[in-house]
Design a protein around this ligand. Structure first.
Ligand code: GLA
Length: 739
């Protein structure tokens, strides 16, 4: 039984194979407190960790100092206004304008399942248990149901919260976080992912200090700038060892994550929907479901944490049938043509691509309405037959006749002021009546909280998908939300718009994948601004970044792979000089780097240098040979270019440890060096392995300089030597196979 209630001690114990999470009830009426989260332990007799036997004790024993208690007790869901000054996770405004709330335990239940959340992405799976603890503030008539789920085969813990208005009057939720827990600070660093457009998810690590540290997005999407993830790593924890706690939010809109270090050297870690731009009205009897947060604990360092997240998302979050299917190698025409294309150009690209073994053509932005640049036509989802002469079906049939699949780009959430749609429905854009809304990339955001607008979008997207054999959709979202105002919502519900918008995106994508269950959906947002676990529930892959430069991608992909399986990362080989920053890297290296994701091309294959074109079939062979190892394997980070500014190295290892793939990129060469020693990870210490090197010139494996067979423990403890290469930006792929 992974979840148990120990009545005598009033303790709930949630176990996974390697972790335990303990919750205790203290005092009468009882407060719900956090006892312990960490490595698996046998004892449940740990109520002493709530520290209620020391001053100020509990309010029933020492009412005089209740304030001291409230400001020190490790609440599982701290509330506002009753003396806990370390940050609240729940704030409710009543009709009389006050915001005071104190929760007491009411009841609990243990379910033999993982319930789904209505309208929200959520982890799923059999062999799961869920603990629900119901708490209540009797004065306000508000209940909070705390939910904790575990799966038999995972070390992750899934938390969420549901708020129910049991009172007679409406209340306003001003803040509902999904997870919060307190622990003693034994010396932690805070790890987060930060960035910007074309620089997504760079890893940063800083010591936790007194006061608040945190990150958030109020951009209406999870954002380029910050990621809904934080980890606390013990000082000295690295890729292979050390305690690490992770929190990741299964949500695609505004979020806030924080760590607070208080007067007693204790930490409070929290994650949830940002309170800014959020206020949700709950009528009597209504409830509000907050999204899920995925918590992890491991003593096996950052690598251990990554593997827990990767497996959880592959087994319990991504639903697409493509999770287990080989993704077609695609060629996208964005960097090839931008808006300047017609059916002839696309067919020429497809023809050349088919010869090289590329399996799908994706037609990007610019095929609809009067869109010849990024200033117009979003919302006019009608094929531009001046561009695509003969229509879409003819083009798709032509591509299919070459033996290739066809995919298409949409940006369904947007509306250009210069569009027929806007001219007909100016009130469909998110805006405050009487104010001219802020423009971003010359476009506004559709008010998807309105059903008629969602229906229009869905009708247009499906009409296009029904008109031809389209097997892939790239769903883009290219600007952030401003001017929050909806023509439809009453004044006291305007604060719901941001969250309603996210729910609307989820509803639309749910409808899409239900109607087209075989469709391969790739999410995208100006590159990777909505790369989050919420979107993974709908699409098995997300475009990682508009920066396709192989060197920059090393850091973007390293940060992304800290929490996401490689199979989720959209990665393409593009042309050089790179369009984002002008760097020239070898075509082979661009291939090695893109192999760590979904693998595809983003270039005009009819125009690239002959030598590059000739290499594509070799890269295609590489993908076919190794994609299983990359998509399903365990990921090990060996070295980080972001840290050492010299070289990058990572491995993926088959679950049975019979095979591994090592990618090494020498980013900056140095003179007068010895061969570099690399210690492998993840192998079977007792197995013997042989090392082969993939030769991109021939598309075949050949002998490596280390020609013997080597024990796994030797390779992991003593390491291997990396053959010297000449010049910057040189990549190498080693296939390590058990004999
Ligand atoms: C975004 C995407 C790109 C491309 C363009 C089209 O920036 O990230 O890949 O689709 O939009 O406008």
């Amino acid at each position: 039984m992974p979840i148990a209630y120990h009545k005598k001690e009033n303790v709930f114990k949630i176990d996974t194979e390697h972790t335990s999470y303990l919750i205790g009830l203290a005092d009468k009426p009882a407060y719900v407190g956090h006892i312990y989260y960490g490595g698996r332990i046998a004892d449940h007799d740990l109520e002493y960790l709530l520290r209620t036997e020391e001053n100020p004790f509990v309010p029933s024993k020492n009412a005089r100092d209740k304030l001291l208690f409230m400001d020190a007790f490790p609440f599982e869901l701290p509330t506002h206004g009753v003396g806990d000054f370390r940050g609240d996770a729940l704030r409710v405004r009543t009709e009389n304008g006050t915001e005071v709330l104190e929760l007491h335990y009411v009841s609990h239940e243990i379910l033999q399942e993982k319930p789904q959340l209505k309208g929200l992405p959520a982890t799923f799976g059999k062999e799961a248990q869920t603990l629900k603890i119901l708490t209540e503030d009797k004065v306000v008539g508000v209940q909070a149901e705390l939910s904790y789920s575990v799966f038999a085969n995972s070390d992750a813990l899934i938390r969420s919260v549901r708020i129910i208005n049991r009172g007679k009057k409406p209340v306003y939720l001003e803040k509902v976080y999904s997870a919060s827990f307190d622990m003693d600070d034994t010396g932690f660093d805070l790890i987060t992912l930060h960035g910007g457009w074309a620089r997504e998810r760079h890893i940063t690590r800083n010591p936790v200090n007194y006061g608040f540290q945190g990150l958030s997005s109020c951009r209406g999407e999870s954002s380029h700038q910050h990621h809904p993830f934080l980890a606390l790593a013990a000082k000295g924890a690295d890729q292979t060892q050390g305690e690490v706690y992770g929190l990741h939010f299964v949500y695609s809109g505004n979020f806030c994550g924080s760590v607070y270090k208080g007067q007693f050297d204790q930490l409070r870690v929290m994650l949830g929907i940002a309170e800014e731009n959020f206020c949700w009205k709950l009528e009597p009897g209504e409830d509000f479901q907050a999204p899920e947060a995925v918590l992890t604990y491991t003593a096996e360092g950052l690598g251990g944490m990554s593997r827990v997240y990767h497996d959880l998302y592959r087994q319990h979050l991504i639903r697409s049938p493509y999770l287990k299917k080989k993704r077609p190698i695609l060629i996208n025409n964005w960097e090839a043509t931008y808006f300047d294309f017609d059916e002839k150009k696309l067919l020429a690209i497809a023809k050349e691509a088919a010869k090289s073994g590329i399996e799908m053509l994706v037609m990007d932005d610019g095929w609809f309405g009067s869109r010849n640049d990024d200033r117009s036509a979003l919302g006019d989802w009608f094929v531009n037959e001046k561009k695509l002469k003969g229509g879409l079906k003819k083009l798709v049939d032509g591509v299919n006749a070459l033996g290739m699949k066809f995919g298409i780009w949409f940006e369904p959430e947007m509306i250009s002021p210069d569009s027929d749609l806007y001219r007909a429905h100016p009130d469909w854009a998110i805006a405050v009546p009487g104010r001219r809304a802020v423009m971003g990339r010359d476009q506004y955001v559709l008010d998807l909280s309105r059903k008629e607008i969602r229906d229009y979008v869905f009708e247009r997207v499906s009409a296009i998908l029904d008109s031809a054999n389209i097997e892939y959709v790239k769903w883009d979202m290219n600007r952030q939300l401003t001017d929050l105002g909806s023509y439809d919502l009453p004044a006291d519900r305007q604060g719901e718009l941001s969250h309603r918008y996210v729910l609307a995106v989820y509803e639309l994508q749910e409808r899409l994948i239900r109607r087209y269950p075989k469709l391969l959906l790739e999410n995208c947002s100006g590159g990777g601004a909505r790369f989050d676990p919420g979107m993974l529930y709908y699409s098995p892959q997300i475009w990682c970044s508009d920066d396709t430069d192989a060197v920059e991608r090393l850091m973007i992909q390293e940060g992304t792979a800290l929490v996401y399986p490689l199979s989720a990362m959209g990665a393409h080989v593009s042309d050089c000089p790179n369009h984002a920053l002008g760097r020239v890297t070898p075509f082979a290296t661009r291939g090695y780097v893109a192999l760590a994701g979904t693998f595809g091309y983003e270039l005009d294959i009819t125009k690239i240098p002959e030598a590059d074109r000739a290499m594509i079939p070799k890269q295609v062979a590489m993908y076919h040979k190794y994609h299983n190892l990359v998509a399903d394997g365990d990921y090990y980070r060996i070295a980080s270019y972001g840290e050492n500014h010299s070289y990058d190295c990572y491995m993926t290892v088959k679950k049975d440890r019979s095979e591994a793939l090592l990618t090494y990129v020498q980013v900056i060469a140095q003179a007068n060096t010895k061969t570099r020693k690399i210690r492998l990870q993840g192998l079977d210490a007792a197995k013997q392995y042989r090392i082969k090197r993939f030769n991109m010139e021939t598309g075949k494996e050949e002998a490596y300089s280390l020609k013997g067979t080597y024990h796994g423990d030797t390779l992991m403890q003593a390491g291997i030597l990396i053959d010297k290469t000449w010049g910057d930006f040189q990549g190498m792929l080693l296939h390590i196979v058990a004999v």
